[in-house]
Design a protein around this ligand. Structure first.
Ligand code: CMC
Length: 437
């Protein structure tokens, strides 16, 4: 464990008795919310043993002061502030600032930050031509990850990670990700790109680039903008999840910001991570198409039919309600009502939740709805196409990835991340020439 900011408290030692009868004393630390960790950084050097933890369920890979989760109690806080309060009272850019710079911005700090982001909203004209190189059927996550990595070619001052360029590159990335995302959608439907409008707020500008067309005026619906703002806030960080750990892993080799985040986008794409929001809507639509047989679907999940899981349920850390799902559940009904939309998918989602929460299979495994269970219903209601859902997650998670990357870089004594393994292959073998095999 790398000790970074002196907030970690040493609280004694643990003793580990090894198979050979030797014992080793290991330091024990405590975080600011009381969680304990055994420090094994010297274990191998002192004993030749390593810790084995496939899936990293018990491994603390870093110290971090950004996000706190108590999965047993269903608590999520960014920089100490409860997610419920931030979702209700803050804008996405305020939360972005909070995550990256550690405090809620004053009015003037927020204005400077918003201006810096607005000023970076265009992408280089040459980059627009990249979109022509992709087939119209491309998944927008593949376009997003390669475009974000390509930004490092256009802003080579990022390559050395010099502190004086980091803030500029952060504003660039936050701004250009929404332009690239909207352009990839326009390309997929054969519409002309709608350039950014710096007078609009972050969310309004994104919606304008997505849905305005040159042929008629477009007015952003405030209910839609509000719903999207909240979704982005709820996705903004989630400590050391798969994509964030990927960002840190890649960044630990001192790769630049764009390359590190591009790798995080790829990790997010998988259906067990951010891709679940798309998978949930596909699952709900499939159930509606088959006549709404919720009990039949739950049985297929419990029978563990290949490829059938209750998507949007379960979490590595939450063994209780995911607080983001609780907020999204109540908001989804409000958004559909405000937009005057019918609710067949929401009805199926609620029925699935009700059946699952009473079923022994889900109870004993502590499987509850996660953030993806209701988010897709809202995204669909506000007009986001299904294959753009995970892109929306990526835009929302951008502040968290950036904050975690920056925190890692600001940590003295940064070492490259390099896990070990237990080798289970052949012992040394004699090489046999090809004509004798
Ligand atoms: N439906 C049915 N069974 C499940 C589910 C589910 N959604 N999730 C876990 N299980 C079962 C699993 O089969 C296993 O059963 P058994 O003990 O009989 O083998 C047990 O619960 C433990 O599952 P696990 O796969 O070992 O749990 P994990 O901590 O490795 O995985 C997860 C966590 C989120 C990948 C998993 O719950 C899952 O696949 N959920 C569905 C996909 C999803 O909604 N992902 C979004 C996660 S939240 C947002 C994000 O991270 O991006």
């Amino acid at each position: 464990m790398t000790k970074s900011n002196n907030t970690i408290e040493s609280v004694g030692e643990a003793e580990l008795r090894l198979a050979d009868g030797n014992t080793v004393k290991l330091p024990v630390f405590k975080g600011s919310e009381g969680e304990h960790a055994v420090d094994i950084t010297k274990l191998r050097a002192e004993t030749s043993y390593i810790a084995f933890d496939p899936g990293y369920g018990n491994t603390g890979s870093c110290e971090s002061a950004i996000t706190y989760i108590d999965g047993e109690k269903g608590i999520l806080r960014y920089r100490g502030y409860p997610i419920e309060e931030l979702a209700e009272k803050s804008s996405f850019l305020e939360v972005t600032y909070l995550l990256i710079y550690g405090h809620l911005p004053s009015e003037s700090e927020l204005e400077t930050f918003s201006d810096a982001i607005s000023q970076e909203s265009m992408i280089h004209e040459d980059m627009k031509r990249f979109f022509n190189g992709y087939p119209a059927t491309s998944h927008p996550m593949s376009i997003l990850s390669s475009m974000i990595c390509s930004l490092s070619s256009y802003y080579p001052d990022c390559l050395e990670n010099a502190p004086e360029h980091i803030d500029n590159n952060i504003s660039r990335l936050l701004s250009k990700v929404s332009t690239v995302a909207a352009f990839s959608y326009k390309k997929s439907i054969g519409h002309p790109f709608i350039g950014p409008l710096n007078k609009l707020g972050y969310v309004e500008n994104f919606l304008n680039m997505m849905f305005a067309v040159p042929a008629e005026p477009y007015q952003v619906n405030p209910d839609v903008a509000k719903a999207l703002e909240m979704i982005l806030i709820l996705h903004a960080d989630h400590e050391q999840n798969c994509s964030t750990s990927t960002v840190r892993m890649v960044g630990s080799s001192q790769a630049n910001l764009y390359a590190s985040i591009s790798a995080g986008i790829c990790a997010l794409w998988g259906p067990l991570h951010g891709g679940a929001n798309q998978a949930v809507i596909e699952m709900l639509s499939g159930i509606v198409d088959r006549g709404g047989d919720v009990a039949g679907f739950i049985q297929r999940v419990k029978d563990k039919e290949p490829g059938v899981r209750l998507m949007g349920f379960g979490h590595r850390v939450y063994k209780n309600f995911d607080p983001r799902a609780t907020i999204l559940k109540s908001q989804s009904a409000k958004v559909l009502k405000a937009l005057g939309l019918s609710t067949p998918l929401l009805d199926i989602a609620r029925q699935l939740e009700e059946v699952a929460l009473k079923d022994e299979y889900f109870i004993e495994r502590k499987l509850y709805p996660n953030v993806d269970f209701y988010s897709g219903i809202i995204l669909r209601a506000i007009g986001i196409p299904v294959n753009m859902f995970t892109v929306m997650f990526a835009i929302g998670r951008m502040p968290g990835w950036i904050a975690q990357w920056k925190e890692m870089f600001d940590t003295p004594g940064l070492r490259i991340n390099r896990p070990r393994q237990i080798y289970t292959g052949s012992e040394k073998r004699l090489y046999v020439p090809i004509n004798k095999r």
